[in-house]
Design a protein around this ligand. Structure first.
Ligand SMILES: Nc1nc2c(c(=O)[nH]1)N[C@H]1C(S)=C(S)[C@@H](COP(=O)(O)O)O[C@H]1N2
Ligand SMILES: [Mo]
Length: 345
């Protein structure tokens, strides 16, 4: 896909801002940094960072699209194409998947089908935006996989293993993230974690505390005073729900659909609301202190106009730090309402 285009339901991150997502620190590694390619290959390979940097580096502009709805377009990165290293290793016939391994405490991984390498042309990079990668962004060495949500781009790359069968990555296995991850098709999540019957039972009880209800589908319901502290509600559909005084403290509401919901006096403290849609929701007296709001939507921007703005006023509690990380039009909208500006028509 060409540059300067946003896939569906993505927003540009604030200019010059590059949010840190997921792990922030690498696990300690022997010096010098090494990358190993192993598994279903004729010739396993090993390169130090120095050796990689001698391999005719390329600089390219890439678009990155995080599953939590922020994008950064045409970021310059420098590295070597993975395809070049694979040529050297000569993958075997049965090498149908690649598992990318990070130097991290949890041994973070992600994977791609081998057929996607030629199509996507991933890069192994050590520089971005004209400077060496910082540790929090995956330095000294990370993957950049254009054309897939950014969770397919591992930070602190130390190994690539070629495999006959897929090995599901960390987020794909634990967060319900889609294994194909094409942002142009909005492949963010696999479908619901619980059956319809089970979901109905939990909705009737109004008690979601600490439960994993990925992608639960509950639009238009009266869920006033719902108890959902610490619940895992990624991609949940609460469009148009009555959620007055609901308790979502510490819950994971990333990419949750809350458009038009009544969240008056709801507790969203320390909730992960990355990529959540609050357009047209009522957030009067709602408490979002400590909540993470990267990529969240409070107003829809179409054809140069503002539509379905959330009802936010001086009684809504939001940290300045969270505002600073929103896409600029969202931050402006929110800041004006929090300061007491009237709701636009
Ligand atoms: N080792 C490691 N790599 C990772 C992650 C992680 O948690 N650990 N998170 C992924 C996700 S979800 C995203 S969006 C990007 C974030 O990269 P950034 O922090 O440089 O923006 O890294 C990806 N690679
Ligand atoms: Mo992500």
């Amino acid at each position: 896909m060409s540059h300067n285009q946003l896939p569906p339901n993505q927003q540009l991150a604030a200019p010059g801002k590059w949010p840190v997502v997921g792990e922030r620190r690498r696990a300690s590694q022997p010096v010098p940094w090494r990358l190993r390619i192993s598994g279903a290959v004729q010739t396993p390979g090993e390169w130090t960072l120095d050796q990689l940097q001698q391999l005719r580096p390329v600089t390219r502009r890439v678009d990155i699209h995080c599953v939590t709805r922020w994008s950064k377009l045409a970021m310059p990165v420098t590295g070597v194409p993975l395809a070049r290293l694979l040529e050297h290793c000569q993958p075997r016939e049965d090498a149908r998947f690649l598992s990318f391994i990070a130097a991290s405490e949890r041994g973070h991984t992600t994977s791609l089908p081998a057929d996607d390498i030629a199509r996507l042309d991933p890069l192994i990079v050590w520089e971005a935006d004209g400077a060496p990668l910082t540790e929090e962004h995956g330095g000294p060495l990370r993957m950049i996989v254009p054309g897939r949500y950014f969770y397919k781009s591992v930070k602190w790359l130390i190994g690539i293993e070629l495999l006959p069968e897929d090995r599901l990555g960390y987020w794909e296995a634990t967060a319900g993230y889609h294994n194909h991850a094409d942002p142009w098709r909005e492949e963010r999540y696999v479908t619901a974690g619980v059956s319809r019957q089970e979901a109905a039972r939990r909705i009737a009880a109004r008690d979601f505390r600490g439960q994993d209800l990925l992608s639960i589908d509950a639009p238009g319901l009266d869920l006033a005073e719902l108890q959902a502290a610490g619940a895992l509600l990624r991609n949940a559909n609460f469009r148009g729900c009555r959620l007055v005084r609901a308790d979502f403290a510490g819950a994971n509401l990333s990419n949750a659909h809350l458009a038009g919901a009544d969240l008056t006096a709801a507790n969203l403290r320390e909730a992960d609301c990355e990529g959540a849609d609050f357009s047209g929701a009522c957030l009067r007296e709602a408490d979002l202190r400590g909540a993470s709001l990267f990529g969240a939507t409070f107003v829809e921007l179409r054809d140069g106009g503002h539509y379905n703005g959330a009802a936010v006023d001086r009684t809504t509690l939001v940290d300045d730090a969270a505002l600073a990380l929103l896409a600029p039009p969202q931050a402006e909208y929110l800041a004006a309402r929090l300061a007491g500006a009237a709701q636009p028509e």
